[in-house]
Ligand binder design. Structure first.
Ligand SMILES: *Cc1c(COP(=O)(O)O)cnc(C)c1O
Length: 388
C-alpha cells in the first residue's frame, strides 16, 4: 500500500486516530485482493449506477473549433449525476465487510453527501453528514436530498463553517465512534489509505475509457483532461493512462476570479506545501500556515488542499496542472449546452474549457479525452446568479 507519493501524502493524524487508520488499511488491503469483493463492487456499478458510462464524440463542438476531436467520458450519466457514487459504493461495501454499522461523511457543495446518503439507504445504514453551516445555507437543494434519503445533516459552525471545518468534525466523530462507524471520504485526500483507496474505486473511469477509446478510435487519446478539486475524478481517469507515457495527463484547477486576485481554489498552481486532514500536500495558506478560504464559481472545486498523488505527478512532470477561471468555465458550459445538448456540471466545465483552449492548435486526428465528471442541473442557480 502506498502511504507516500514522493514527499507528499502520509498519515499525519493524532495518535488516537492511528488505531482506526491501521484497521482500515488492513481491511482495505484484504478486500482489494478478494475477488468476491471486487465482483460485488462491479455488479453494483453495473446494475445500480448504470456502468459502463459511454464515450461521446462531441462532433459539432469539435467541428466548430476546428482541430482536435473532443471526446467526453460521460460520468454525468451515472445514477446521482456524477462520478462520486463510484467511490461511495466501494467504501460502503468495505464498511459492511468491516462490520461497521454507521456511515459518516463530510460534504462541501453537498454532492458527496448525497452520494453517501444514497449508498447508506441502499445498504440500510444510518448516516450523518457533516456540512459547514454556510454551505448548508448555500446548498439547500442538496440538504433536502440528503434528508429525503434518510441522512442526518449536521451543520458545522466552527472556523469558516465550510468544507475543511466539516472534514475536521467528521474526523473527530470517527475517532470517538470508530468501533461502529466508517468515515467515507469524498476525494483522494486525507491520511493513507484514503488517497489510494479512492483512486482505486474511481479507476473504473480510466480503465473503461482506455478500452472504449481503443475500440472506437483505434488509438489512445493524445491528452486526458479532468478538473481537480480534491482530485478524485482526475485520478480515476489518469489511472487508466498512467503507464502510457504518450498520453498527456492534464489536471485543471479552479482559477476563480484569477490567481492574481487571490480568489481561487488552485492549490497546486497557487499553494505551498503543508499538512491538512492527515496528509502532506499543496495548500492554500497564509504565510504563517493558516488555511485560506477558497473561491470558485463551482462549489465542488472549492477545497483548499488537493490529493497528494497529484502533487507528486506535478512535481515529477508526469501530469501538468493548468488553471481555468470562472468566465472561461462558464463559456465552456454554454458551448456544450448549445453544440451538444449536454448540460455539464460547472466543475466539469473547467476541464472542457481546457480542451476548448487546446483543440484548435491540434490536428484533426488528435483526441482530447475530457472527463465529464457530472451533470449541471445542480448549477443552474449559480449560473443565473453569476450572469444576472
Ligand atoms: C465533487 C465534484 C468534483 C470535484 O471532486 P474531485 O475529487 O476533484 O473529482 C468534480 N466534478 C463533479 C461533478 C463533482 O461533483
Amino acid at each position: 500500500m502506498n502511504t507516500h507519493y514522493g514527499r507528499f501524502g502520509g498519515q499525519y493524524v493524532a495518535e488516537t486516530l492511528m488505531g482506526p487508520v491501521n484497521e482500515l488499511t488492513a481491511a482495505y488491503e484484504t478486500a482489494k485482493n478478494d475477488p468476491a469483493f471486487q465482483a460485488e463492487f462491479r455488479e453494483i456499478l453495473r446494475d445500480y449506477v448504470g456502468r459502463e458510462s459511454p464515450l461521446t464524440l462531441a462532433r459539432r463542438l469539435s467541428d466548430h473549433l476546428g482541430g482536435a476531436r473532443i471526446v467526453l467520458k460521460r460520468e454525468d450519466l451515472n445514477h446521482t449525476g456524477a462520478h462520486k457514487v463510484n467511490n461511495t459504493i466501494g467504501q460502503a461495501l468495505l464498511a459492511r465487510r468491516m462490520g461497521k454499522k454507521r456511515l459518516i461523511a463530510e460534504t462541501g457543495a453537498g454532492m458527496h453527501g448525497v452520494a453517501t446518503a444514497t449508498v447508506a439507504a441502499l445498504f440500510g445504514m444510518p448516516c450523518d453528514i457533516y456540512m459547514g453551516a454556510i454551505d448548508v445555507e448555500r446548498q439547500a437543494p442538496n440538504v433536502q436530498r440528503m434528508k429525503m434519503l434518510g441522512a442526518r445533516v449536521v451543520a458545522v459552525s466552527e472556523g469558516s463553517a465550510t468544507l475543511k471545518d466539516a472534514m475536521n468534525e467528521a474526523l473527530r466523530d470517527w475517532v470517538t465512534n470508530c468501533d461502529d462507524t466508517f468515515y467515507v471520504i469524498g476525494t483522494v485526500a486525507g491520511p493513507a489509505p484514503y488517497p489510494q483507496m479512492v483512486r482505486d474505486f474511481q479507476s473504473v473511469i480510466g480503465t473503461e475509457a482506455r478500452r472504449q477509446c481503443l475500440e472506437r478510435f483505434g488509438k489512445l487519446p493524445d491528452q486526458a483532461i479532468a478538473c481537480v478539486g480534491g482530485g478524485s475524478n482526475a485520478m480515476g481517469l489518469f489511472a487508466g493512462f498512467i503507464d502510457d507515457p504518450e498520453v498527456r495527463l492534464v489536471g485543471v484547477e479552479a482559477g476563480g476570479k484569477g490567481i492574481e486576485t487571490g480568489q481561487h481554489a488552485a492549490s497546486i498552481n497557487g499553494g505551498r506545501i503543508g499538512v491538512l486532514h492527515g496528509a502532506k500536500t499543496m495548500l492554500l495558506q497564509t504565510g504563517d500556515g493558516n488555511i485560506i478560504d477558497t473561491y470558485s464559481i463551482s462549489a465542488g472545486l472549492d477545497y483548499p488542499g488537493v490529493g497528494p498523488e497529484h502533487c507528486h505527478l506535478a512535481e515529477t512532470g508526469r501530469a501538468e496542472y493548468t488553471v481555468i477561471n470562472d468566465d472561461q468555465a462558464l463559456a465552456a458550459f454554454h458551448a456544450l449546452c448549445r453544440y451538444e445538448g449536454i448540460i455539464p456540471a460547472l466543475e466539469s466545465s473547467h476541464a472542457l474549457a481546457e480542451a476548448i483552449r487546446r483543440a484548435p492548435a491540434l490536428p484533426r486526428d488528435a483526441i482530447l479525452l475530457v472527463n465529464l465528471s457530472g451533470r449541471g442541473d445542480k448549477d443552474l442557480g449559480s449560473i443565473e446568479k453569476a450572469e444576472g
